[in-house]
Design a protein around this ligand. Sequence first.
Ligand SMILES: Nc1ncnc2c1ncn2[C@@H]1O[C@H](COP(=O)(O)OP(=O)(O)OP(=O)(O)O)[C@@H](O)[C@H]1O
Ligand SMILES: [Mg+2]
Length: 275
Amino acid sequence: MRSRSPPRPCGVTPSSGEGEVPVTAPPLLALRGISKRFGAVQALMDVELEIHSGEVVALLGDNGAGKSTLIKVISGVVPADKGVIEWEGRSVQVRSPRDAQRLGIATVHQNLALCDNLDVAENLFLGRERRRAGPLGSICRLVDSGGMRREARRQLDELGIRIPDVRVPVAVLSAGQRQSVAISRAHLGEPKAVLLDEPTAALGVQQTSHVLDLVDQLRERGIGVLLISHNMGDVKAVADRAAVLRLGRNNGFFDVPTTSHDQIISSITGAASSA
Ligand SMILES: Nc1ncnc2c1ncn2[C@@H]1O[C@H](COP(=O)(O)OP(=O)(O)OP(=O)(O)O)[C@@H](O)[C@H]1O
Ligand SMILES: [Mg+2]
C-alpha cells in the first residue's frame, strides 16, 4: 500500500493580494501563466501548476498536449515566453539546466540522456565526477573510480535497485534498470523536486512496479515529484494529485484518490473541461 500525503485542495492556491495572509505555506514549485510558442505551434498557454514537498503530482494529457515542454521550461532547457516560476514562494529565473540544478530541481527527460558506453557508476556521476584525494585529484585531475563505484553501490542498495554490478555499461541493462539508473542519478544530487517524463512508458509490469516504488521513496524523503504518464494505473497507484493539459492549456486538477479513472480520462480527451 503506497502512502500518500494528506489531501490538499485541488487546483492552485490563489495568490494573495497585498495585506492578505497566505492561507497555506507556499508550494515548493509554482508555475503562474506559463506560455511557450514554437513557430506556429502554441505549445503552452497560461499554464498554472503547483507542487508541494512530499507529494506526487501527475501531469497528464494526450500526445502533443505540452507535457514535455512544460518539464523543459521548469528544468531550464527551454525558456518560457511568458509567465513566472516560483520556487519556495519566490519568483526565480531558470535560464539553464544548471540554474534548475542549483535550485534543487532534478529531471529525468523522456529520452533518459544516459551514456550507453559508460558503466552504471560513471553514469550516476556524469558531470559531477569525484576526484582522487591529494595532488592526484587536484593537479592530475584523476577521478576516484573506486569511490564512485562504492557510492553508486550504496545509493542503488539504499533505493532497492537491483543491479548486480555497477561496472557494466548501461547499454546492456534492461529498460527498467536504465530508468532506475536515471532516477537514481537524479536523486544523487539531493534534489527537492524531481521531474519524471514518462518513466514507465517502455516498461513491463514488474519493472513499472519497481519504478513506482522509487517514486514512492522520493515522496517519503519529502521530495516533490512531477510525474508524466499516459498510464492511469500508474497515476492511481502513486499520484496524490493530477493536472491535465489539453492543447497546451490547463484542463483540470484532480485529487487522485477521490477521483474516478473516467473523470480524469474525460478531461484528457476533452469530453470534460474543468480548468
Ligand atoms: N522544439 C520544438 N520545435 C517545434 N515544435 C515543438 C518543439 N517541441 C515541442 N514542439 C511541439 O509542441 C507541442 C507540445 O509538444 P510536447 O513534446 O510538449 O508534447 P507532450 O505532451 O510531451 O507529448 P507526448 O505525450 O507525445 O510526449 C507539440 O505540438 C510539439 O510538436
Ligand atoms: Mg512528451
